[in-house]
Design a protein around this ligand. Structure first.
Ligand code: ATP
Ligand code: MG
Length: 256
């Protein structure tokens, strides 16, 4: 497990009588973008909630070789595990840069202290750098209501990326985007991945996932039913049966 940025072993989550995850193993290695796909209710969001500490689970979770299984969410963020949520919630009365400033300030005591000693300009510089990295520096002073859905998604990603995570978990970043917007998002994510930020990427847009990821894990009823390179997963009979159904072209978008 030493060369993994994220290692999850035997993750189990139970909601009352529902066994949402039944012993899920998943790894993300340096430089990888790993896709997590599966039908509605398969347990994808629950997996991210479990590893980031938002729902209790059994199993082992390591970030860069360090166990975080029993840590609270903010401690896991400090360990390098950052995420977005299925819906992007931005503060509409704050600019894009201010939305990131709010996230950054709640992330670490150091940032708060830096604020207290009046080095806001450094904060703003690093926020602008983050927006630059995600390719939306020109939107720094725009308000969320002025943005397209694709741009809002990128702001949500920038907010998670502001923590300079060791690994970034993205829950359906392409939901609600048209084909051009998801292609643009895929390019930006691939660029961030190639620059050294590994990711776990959940989405129902199969062509987006297959086109962006190095490795794909398929969940069904809380269990991993397949794991491999996109071209292998694309033609796996169990995956086709469970998820892609009768589609002759797995490049088509499967809506949530
Ligand atoms: N807080 C909760 N309480 C009870 N059951 C839950 C809770 N969250 C999720 N579940 C159940 O756990 C299972 C997995 O749900 P989850 O949201 O993880 O699926 P998903 O793969 O993310 O689906 P989607 O593609 O629709 O986002 C489902 O049966 C769901 O109803
Ligand atoms: Mg989900």
């Amino acid at each position: 497990m030493s060369d993994t940025v994220l290692a999850a072993r035997g993750i189990e989550v139970q909601f009352g009588g529902v066994r949402a995850l039944r012993g899920v193993d998943l790894e993300v290695r340096p430089g990888q973008i790993v896709g997590l796909i599966g039908p509605n209710g398969a347990g994808k969001t629950t997996f991210v909630d479990a590893i980031t500490g938002f729902v209790p689970c059994n199993g082992l979770i390591q970030v860069a070789g360090r166990e975080v299984s029993h840590q609270r969410p903010h401690a896991r963020v400090r360990a390098g595990l950052s995420r977005t949520w299925q819906g992007v919630e931005l503060f509409d009365d704050l600019t894009v840069a201010e939305n990131l400033a709010v996230a950054a300030r709640s992330l670490s005591l150091r940032a708060t202290v830096r604020d207290m000693i009046g080095r806001r300009s450094t904060d703003m510089a690093s926020i602008l750098e983050t927006l630059e990295d995600v390719g939306i520096a020109d939107l720094a002073h725009a308000f969320p209501t002025e943005l397209s859905e694709g741009q809002r998604k990128l702001v949500g990603i920038a907010r998670a990326f502001a923590a300079r995570p060791r690994i970034l978990c993205l829950d359906e970043p392409a939901a609600g985007l048209d084909t051009t917007e998801s292609a643009h998002l895929g390019t930006q994510l691939r660029r961030l991945g190639d620059q050294g930020t590994p990711m776990l990427l959940i989405d129902h847009d199969i062509s987006f996932v297959f086109g962006t990821c190095d490795h794909v894990v398929v969940l069904e009823f809380g269990q991993v039913i397949a794991s491999g390179a996109p071209k292998v997963i694309r033609s796996d009979p169990r995956v086709i049966a469970a998820y892609l159904g009768q589609e002759s072209d797995p490049g088509e978008k499967v809506q949530a």
